[in-house]
Design a protein around this ligand. Sequence first.
Ligand SMILES: *[C@@H]1O[C@H](CO)[C@@H](O)[C@H](O)[C@H]1NC(C)=O
Length: 502
Amino acid sequence: MTSRSLLLAIGLVATTSLVAAGPCDIYASGNTPCIAAHSTTRALYNAYTGALYQVKRGSDNTTTNIAPKSAGGVANAAAQDSFCASTTCLITIIYDQSGRENHLYQAPPGGFNGPDANGYDNFASAIGAPVTLNGQKAYGVFISPGTGYRNNKVSGSAVGDQPEGMYAVLDGTHYNGACCFDYGNAETNNLDTGNGHMEAIYYGDNTVWGSGSGNGPWIMADLENGLFSGVNVKNNAGDPSQSARFLNAIIKGEPGRWAIRGGNAASGSLSTYYNGARPNANGYNPMSKEGAIILGIGGDNSNGAQGTFYEGVMTSGYPSDATENSVQANIVAAKYATTSLTSGAALTVGKSVSLKVTTPGYDTRYLAHSGSTVNTQVVSSSSSTALKQQASWTVRTGLGNSGCLSFESVDTPGSYIRHNNFALLLNAGDGSKQFNEDATFCPQTSLNSAGTHSIRAWGYPTRFFRHYSNTGYIASNGGVHTFDAATSFNNDASFVVGAGFA
Ligand SMILES: *[C@@H]1O[C@H](CO)[C@@H](O)[C@H](O)[C@H]1NC(C)=O
């Protein structure tokens, strides 16, 4: 090859990568442009360089915007890590990349109130859902029960029976059966205004309304007053249970027709689980869509569900299967992969540990238990064997997520620290998904400099082991409960994890 043809070849490669389209470029070329594009992990347009999301930190309540590292690229997670060092951070806004300013904000109270003091939903932790895209770190939106985002004044979204499409990349292993982990079109007044007033992706194993085959979880459509898997109100055996760690979920609707599609967001192609008539019940044909956008909640702010959102869009017009297939190829090429959920010195599975309090004036105390109450007690080398055992915990692989840990009681084998109503309890494991998740905690680098670790609840990553009035909780840095007090939070939520007493 001559040097001239080599240069030409390099030029071709560069040109090819420059024209590589993002998901919303693909929808635009299919004449079904995005009217909203939300992602905390990457730009969804090839040319997008603006803000992806806003985080707010606990240390001084200031905010910063996180943008892609380059046009069309992956979020600058390092900027978040630096802004959030030694404090807590929340995702306060998820920006719309479409230019229409259809941003997602803290969801307001509705038919159901959120848990914050004013009835709003909680914000998601900024660190609950770390991933890599093509090896570069980014963070998704980890929705715990009580968490939700919304925009009721959306520009350009489908109303009435107008056609639209949407996809969302989700964690297929993070779900529950409560209502409703949704992304999509909903009521503009936060209330249930009747059948057909929503058209949103639902993901979970709720069976109150509809279901697919197996035990779930399923991709279904929340069309209001019902989760639908097909034309029959109750069941569509063609809508399979999902298990992919990264899941692309698709819902689209146009007059007289709608579809459910999905596939592994990390490999392969999409399948169509339903494509046909509107559900066999009053109020769904024609539809009465209102055009708000929700994330993590139902249309009336039902906020009991959990799930993880990485990216998603809403379109104007009914996208073709071919357009969606190209978007799927783009998502697969983004190479979503898992990464560590923990940081700080590794805790060895099988070893006995103690957790020493670091709050000045309380630092002779250790996390211990008295019966089922998890508390702090003063423990030393001269303490009784019984007390030493009460303050010693065997590190186990996380019962609910193997990327984190569980803490088994040394004196009561088979019993684990779990949270219930945000109190830490020592309870016998029962093997249930709920118990296992409530007994799973992710150690990270200590929030203060005196400790070695702070210990985050896997299912509520805004919440950490905290001692308050010498009792154990999972607490957030500020919030509605007394034990969520921002005062002394970093100290109360930081421990020296050392060798067990027994
Ligand atoms: C942050 O704001 C909350 C409530 O708005 C307040 O309770 C808290 O003290 C503030 N924290 C700081 C460090 O200013």
